[in-house]
Design a protein. Structure first.
Length: 199
């Protein structure tokens, strides 16, 4: 089974679901879907017949994402920026950097490194059109915890969550939020996999 995730989160979770014979909705939402394959936590599930929604703000990545799923009417692709509930507006300014830039902040680039600013449509989690969610993947470069808050306050709570945390403070905040209804089943570098407790 081919892994598309950064640290094989997808294969780990797939095997976990099979091992424990879990009967969960075969649906996913991927926030920060990139091109649909590179570092995707949901592509493996889509290949296994799961349906879902992929959201990607960067129009350059979205082109490949759209082509990947153009023959899959059960996978909806949105070129939009996910914003938290407290933000307003139908568009946000989005910076598009060259592919070679590492956004970790470790490396420094010359001031002339090209960056394109674009107005991108926005979407909120509560407007994503699914009845139930088996897997939610959140990797949206710094907005992850804000969106997580909206997820936990919504009626659309996923069975599993894979979420990125780039700092220890961010991870602590996510733990505080998720510990009420979810348990950690694995931590793979910057990504944590959470399972919803039986209600």
């Amino acid at each position: 089974m081919k892994s598309y995730s950064q640290h094989e989160e997808d294969v780990y979770l797939w095997n976990y679901i099979k091992k424990h014979k879990l009967d969960i909705p075969k649906t996913f939402i991927e926030l920060g879907a990139c091109d649909g394959t590179n570092l995707s936590n949901c592509r493996l599930f889509a290949e296994q017949g799961w349906s879902g929604i992929c959201v990607e703000a960067n129009p350059n990545y979205y082109k490949d994402l759209f082509l990947l799923y153009k023959d899959r009417p059960d996978v909806e692709c949105l070129n939009a920026a996910v914003i938290p509930e407290h933000m307003e507006g139908t568009h946000v300014e989005f910076n598009i950097y060259p592919d070679f830039i590492d956004h970790s902040g470790i490396h420094h680039y010359e001031k002339h490194s090209p960056c394109v600013k674009m107005e991108i449509e926005t979407v909120k989690y509560k407007h994503l059109n699914l009845d139930k969610v088996g897997l939610l993947s959140i990797d949206i470069e710094g907005m992850d915890t804000f969106i997580l808050t909206d997820v936990l306050l919504s009626d659309l709570k996923p069975e599993f969550i894979i979420i990125e945390s780039n700092t220890l403070e961010e991870r602590r905040h996510q733990v505080d939020l998720l510990n009420i209804d979810y348990d950690i089943i694995n931590i793979l570098d910057v990504n944590t996999i959470w399972k919803r407790r039986e209600q």
